[in-house]
Write a protein that binds this ligand. Structure first.
Ligand code: SF4
Length: 220
């Protein structure tokens, strides 16, 4: 795929460009929803919720794309322009879900604030679930946090795709500060060791397996 001429406007197969905004925790503020309403009425534009809980505008060209970017950024939206870690796919958690052990939104907001802007090699996906049911597939991403009674189990090296793989439990954290620190360590490890677009499980295999990985990121 060609590099975007304008950062944030990504060429598509049909010659159009697409733009994606972040929606931390899968939540949208009223100002952003109002701006989306305006954009969605522009001719030829499709507004799509991605599987990663982001909002994608399809069917743009360079001119309409820049206009949409201006509208969305004025409303406070964060347009994806680089290889940042971004936000975790997150379930609703406490206090809404009757099965939840943990408050996923507070956790997700802090993680996004501390690690979301980190420049990270593609692809490293994050997930947060309020309980082991993992509705957000937090056990099937590169790094996932799964709420349990006493904190969060940490799963690494999972992914979807043609050959999906369940993450491996590597640690437990009891607070979001430790979770953010661990996330940054894993992002740095991945970015330093990946040679081309790949996933964490393949990088871990190359360095000798999960125990070697745990040592690399300081987990005993
Ligand atoms: S993962 Fe658990 S807490 Fe989250 S929505 Fe599903 S059942 Fe509820």
């Amino acid at each position: 795929m060609n590099s975007p001429k304008v950062p944030g406007l990504n060429p598509q197969k049909d010659g159009s460009v697409a733009m994606t905004i972040e929606a931390p925790n899968g939540n949208l503020k009223p100002e952003i929803l109002e701006a989306m309403g305006k954009v969605s009425r522009m001719p030829g534009i499709t507004v799509h919720i991605t599987t990663a809980q982001k909002i994608m505008f399809l069917g743009l060209d360079d001119e309409s794309g820049q206009r949409v970017m201006e509208i969305m950024e004025s409303a406070g939206a964060s347009v994806r322009k680089g290889r940042t870690l971004s936000h975790a796919r997150t379930c609703v958690g406490q206090p809404w879900c009757k099965f939840a052990w943990q408050d996923t939104f507070a956790f997700g907001e802090y993680l996004y604030e501390k690690a979301g802007a980190e420049i990270t090699a593609p692809k490293m996906k994050l997930g947060i679930a309020g309980c082991p049911a993992c509705c957000s597939w937090a056990n099937m991403v590169d790094l996932g946090f799964v709420g349990v009674k006493s904190g969060w189990k940490v799963f690494a090296a999972g992914h979807g795709g043609a050959r999906p793989k369940t993450g491996i439990e590597i640690a437990k954290v009891t607070n979001v500060e430790d979770a953010a620190e661990l996330t940054l360590k894993v992002a740095h490890f991945f970015t330093a060791n990946v040679k081309k677009k790949s996933r964490l499980d393949r990088v871990i295999d190359k360095i000798g397996g999960i125990e070697a990985f745990k040592r690399e990121i300081g987990i005993e």
